[in-house]
Ligand binder design. Structure first.
Ligand code: PLP
Length: 371
């Protein structure tokens, strides 16, 4: 890491968060590591999860699944998104599990492809994203099994799991339950809940939960989870800007001549969007405002006292919780963490803060250079 701008990922906190959710639900966990494990680094996260016995990991696409498989991962991988009909041969070739995201594609599949194909039935229960409606799904299930497919799981996904009243969950769950009641063969995996549902909506039917954001310690509900991701940079330059002088593109911030302007080596290409102007970062016990237009690679912060260069700056973390930042930016934590740029180093630490592994996309093949 040559540029001091990094995501700090507490892998022990991540493991504890999963264990906690498993315990309060008394269910197994399918960790969801799509979108580069929510912007962290999926290959390393998968390796740790496998070492801790998680047999089935979920990703969003065949690309993500193949990337994981080709990294050497040998466990089960569930693809939560669609797969093109012409690519189904790869599913078998790489032993990947697919969901029934659409009736017609599955109905039209070649018998050779179906034989041995691993499938989770996805019930369309109300979200109207991917999945097959009950009646059709029952037909499809019988067809798939008659052709030798391994129908190992059944699932659905809640559209409003963040609603404290959970009324829509009730409605969707009823559809799921009725569908399951009409199927007379056992499933290894029955799963409905994402993080919020795993905290706020406990159904008595499923045996697994699918956890993404909760791994990283966040939920819409108060929970026993511990935030496992933080984002830091440091001061690269400090100057006194005379009163009346402008700062940055468009000279949008006009100096009042008091204090100093510090430059930080992080910008919108790193996921710190221009809409952060006016928000605060945390430096040495003080909250300091980002001023002016944020640049692609750098931004400006107004500070009141001189600090040494390379003083660490928290963008979100212990003192600036990610959910609060998301609220201030009118978005959700998912959007912020999955948009942290790939040139930002990922520093994985244990619970004592000891560095375990550093990853930077830029240096993945440059052995000998620091990650
Ligand atoms: C089908 C499915 N299951 C589970 C998850 C995990 O959700 P969360 O990150 O809220 O736990 C997602 C994420 O969007 C999803 O699309």
């Amino acid at each position: 890491m040559y540029r001091h701008t990094y995501m700090r990922i507490d892998i022990d906190a991540m493991l504890k968060n999963i264990e906690y959710l498993a315990k309060i639900n008394k269910k197994g966990v399918i960790p969801v590591i799509k979108a580069n494990a929510y912007g962290t680094y999926d290959i390393y996260v998968a390796k740790v999860l496998r070492e801790h016995g998680y047999g089935l990991l979920a990703v969003s696409s065949l690309d993500e699944a193949l990337n994981l498989r080709l990294s050497g991962d040998r466990g089960d991988i569930l693809i939560l998104g669609y797969v093109k009909k012409d690519d189904f041969d790869l599913l078998k070739c790489y032993d990947l599990t697919v969901i029934t995201f659409d009736y017609d594609i599955f109905d039209a599949l070649d018998e050779k492809i179906l034989n041995g194909l691993k499938v989770h039935l996805k019930v369309e229960s109300g979200m109207h994203r991917l999945g097959v409606e009950s009646d059709k799904l029952l037909k499809l299930d019988a067809y798939l099994r008659s052709k030798g497919a391994k129908v190992e799981g059944i699932m659905t996904h809640f559209a409003c799991s963040d609603d404290p009243l959970g009324l829509n969950n009730d409605r969707q769950f009823a559809t799921f339950k009725n569908t399951l009641a009409k199927i007379d063969h056992p499933f290894k995996y029955i799963h409905c809940a994402n993080t919020d549902a795993a905290i706020n909506y406990h159904d008595g039917l499923s045996n697994y939960i699918r956890i993404g954001l909760g791994m990283w310690g966040f939920s819409s509900f108060a929970s026993g989870l511990k935030p496992a991701i933080a984002f830091y940079t440091s001061i690269s330059h400090i100057q006194k800007v005379p009163k009346g002088e402008g700062v940055g593109y468009g000279l949008r911030y006009i100096s009042d001549g008091k204090g100093y302007i510090a430059v930080l080596p992080v910008g919108y290409a790193d996921g710190l969007w221009r809409s952060n102007s006016g928000r605060r970062v945390y430096i040495n016990g003080k909250y300091c405002p980002l001023v002016g237009n944020l640049c692609m690679d750098q931004c400006f912060v107004k500070i009141d006292e001189l600090w040494p260069l390379e003083t660490e700056v928290e963008i979100f973390g212990e003192h600036l919780p990610l959910p609060r930042m998301a609220k201030e930016l009118n978005t959700i934590p998912y959007e912020i963490i999955t948009n942290i740029g790939n040139r930002v180093s990922r520093v994985f630490v244990d619970e004592k803060g000891e560095e375990l592994f550093v990853y930077n996309e830029r240096f993945k093949d440059n052995y000998g250079l620091k990650n």
